[in-house]
Design a protein around this ligand. Structure first.
Ligand code: HEM
Ligand SMILES: *[C@@H]1O[C@H](CO)[C@@H](O)[C@H](O)[C@H]1NC(C)=O
Ligand SMILES: *[C@@H]1O[C@H](CO)[C@@H](O)[C@H](O)[C@H]1NC(C)=O
Length: 426
């Protein structure tokens, strides 16, 4: 029975994307290997943190509030490119549909403050079950993320966390397979953005490592927010965050016997750059200051100076977004620059207490070289989305044929323009 199910899946994949097998360079054995053992696939158990048993269920799913003629923002809708012209206030005065509404007990929130805030302002569905198009539109309309990067992040969100490639739905937090999946029996579990070691990795800015906290933790940790604020001295720029990322690497390496710092952690450098590239407020001269950053993170300071989560990840009042779109080229330049200011090793702790480095694309002997070429830099995200990635415990995250086809169909035009070698084989 299991075998029959598996082969019907393979057929579905090939039928859904028959052109993939025909493309030059495609290794058609991928079709056969699809859905072989995938040890990374599901790290949460049913009862565990982030698993389906504890994941909130909101019977009243209301899609995101779209843009209107009165409040057009960047004009981004239906997953298409918007104007790419920022410098306007979000939410606009009078736009009641996008005012802040705190999440209720039935709403799902996860490890990403940028998306949590978007859901709290109804730019994504308020219950946290969102779609590819909502993600692409919201990133452009709120933050003036460039269309190419908005698509790349949405693709990574859906493919690396097992969002559903047929419904194009994704949980921004815990496992909500019953609502994201086209058919849970066929797709298996879809852990959502909480799923570990795909998009969600060790040594986050304000989230605990997975293994040191019982399979959590996508929740905000006030101690870590305080450490980040101290290190950055309330100025969350590249210099400060580079030092802090390095500090977090050393902390995880020392405290977490299962510490794994793989290629996907490059995304954590990207996310860190969002603090000074996407979150700053034009009404504060675009300074990445504490008032702005704490608002997006839902961080409230206590009388003793410590920090707690207030469940109100929100766009600050009178917030004006960035003027020029933040695109694939800009973010990869920041990722590499932040890394190179305070380099650390890619790889993972091993059972005997040593640290194994890895090789992958531009990462050689655990390091990215300062001589990395412009093309290799621009193509980092493309490689993350389309190539096999060494993962935790010597497993390899192999894009399934569906995931690869999905990624290629959404990404190829923009990355081809950047001159990325269009890599289709393993
Ligand atoms: C489709 C788009 C996006 C997806 C799928 C996504 C997903 C994620 C995930 C899975 C994480 C957790 C990584 C980890 O800590 O291990 C994360 C972190 C983060 N994201 Fe996003 N994100 C998206 C867009 C954005 C945007 C537009 C912003 C900013 C405005 C943003 C800001 C952040 C920040 C600051 C973190 C780091 C939080 C921390 O480490 O404490 N993200 N995102
Ligand atoms: C995860 O972090 C939250 C907030 O910091 C905390 O309340 C919770 O106990 C943590 N969970 C685990 C399993 O460590
Ligand atoms: C928060 O992070 C600190 C520093 O890593 C850690 O000692 C503490 O256990 C974490 N708290 C929770 C509730 O997870």
């Amino acid at each position: 029975m299991k075998q029959a199910l598996l082969s019907s899946l393979v057929i579905t994949g090939a039928v859904a994307y028959p052109w993939v097998a025909e493309m030059p360079g495609v290794d058609s054995s991928l079709f056969k290997e699809r859905r072989a053992a995938r040890p990374w696939r599901r790290q949460q158990t049913g009862e565990g943190a982030g698993g389906p048993d504890t994941c909130p269920f909101n019977p009243d799913h209301v899609p995101a509030a779209g843009i209107t003629d009165d409040y057009p923002y960047n004009g981004a809708q239906n997953g298409l490119p918007g104007l790419g012209i920022g410098g306007y206030q979000v939410p606009a005065d009078g736009d009641d549909a996008h005012q802040f509404v705190a999440p209720g007990p039935n709403d799902i929130r996860g490890p990403c403050p940028g998306l949590n805030a978007a859901a709290n302002h109804n730019f994504l569905a308020h219950d946290g079950i969102t779609t590819f198009n909502e993600l692409v539109d919201a990133q452009q309309n709120i933050y003036n993320v460039g269309y190419d990067l908005a698509v790349t992040l949405a693709v990574l969100g859906l493919t690396t966390t097992d969002g559903d490639l047929v419904t194009e739905k994704l949980s921004i937090g815990c496992d909500a397979t019953s609502r994201t999946s086209v058919s849970p029996l066929l797709t298996g579990s879809e852990p959502g953005l909480d799923g570990h070691n795909k998009f969600e990795s060790d040594s986050s800015l304000t989230r605990d490592d997975f293994f040191t906290h019982d399979g959590d933790n996508f929740s905000f940790n006030g101690t870590l927010f305080g450490m980040m604020d101290d290190t950055c001295q309330s100025n969350f720029n590249r210099e400060g965050l580079s030092v802090y990322r390095n500090q977090r690497w050393h902390q995880s390496q020392a405290e977490n016997p299962n510490f794994y710092f793989g290629p996907l952690t490059l995304l954590l450098y990207g996310a860190a750059s969002f603090l000074y590239e996407l979150m700053p407020n034009g009404n504060h001269n675009y300074a990445p200051d504490l008032e702005t950053i704490s608002s997006f993170f839902g961080a409230a300071q206590n009388d003793d100076g410590s920090w707690s989560f207030n469940n109100e990840e929100r766009i600050p009042d009178y917030w004006v977004n960035r003027v020029i779109p933040y695109d694939n080229t800009l973010v990869t330049l920041e990722i590499v620059a932040m890394y190179l200011e305070n380099p650390v090793l890619f790889g993972g702790n091993t059972a005997d207490g040593s640290f194994d480095t890895l090789n992958w694309g531009a990462i050689q002997d655990g390091k990215i070289s300062a001589d990395i070429s412009a093309t290799d830099t621009s193509c980092l995200l493309y490689q993350l989305a389309t190539q096999s990635i060494p993962s935790y415990a010597n497993s390899v995250v192999e894009p399934t044929v569906d995931a690869l086809a999905f990624a290629l169909s959404k990404l190829n035009p923009s990355f081809e323009n950047l001159g990325c070698p269009i890599a289709l084989t393993k």
